[in-house]
Unconditional design. Structure first.
Length: 86
C-alpha cells in the first residue's frame, strides 16, 4: 500500500510540468486519485493514508502547497529569462 502512495506522490511531483502526453496523463491520474475524497475502495488514497497512519487531508494540503510553490518558482524563473538586459 505504501508503494502505491509513494508512486502517486512521485507522479504528482515529477510530472507537475509535463513534457508530453504520457507525463500529463500520469500527473492527472495522480491528481484524480489523491484529491478525490469520494473513492472509498481498498486502494483509495483515503484508505491507504489511514492504514499507514497518515492524515489524508494534511497530506493533500502539503501537496497543494508544494504545487503552488513550484508553480510560482517556475513562473518567476521564466520571467527572469525573458527580462530584457540593460
Amino acid at each position: 500500500m505504501l508503494a502505491v502512495l509513494e508512486d502517486a506522490i512521485l507522479c504528482f511531483q515529477r510530472y507537475l510540468h509535463p513534457k508530453g502526453g504520457k507525463e500529463k496523463k500520469l500527473h492527472q491520474h495522480a491528481v484524480t486519485w489523491i484529491f478525490d475524497p469520494s473513492d472509498h475502495g481498498v486502494f483509495s488514497f483515503e484508505n491507504i493514508c489511514e492504514t499507514c497512519g497518515l492524515d489524508p487531508d494534511y497530506l493533500r494540503m502539503g501537496l497543494f502547497k508544494w504545487q503552488e510553490r513550484m508553480t510560482l518558482i517556475k513562473h518567476s524563473t521564466a520571467k527572469l529569462r525573458r527580462a530584457p538586459s540593460g
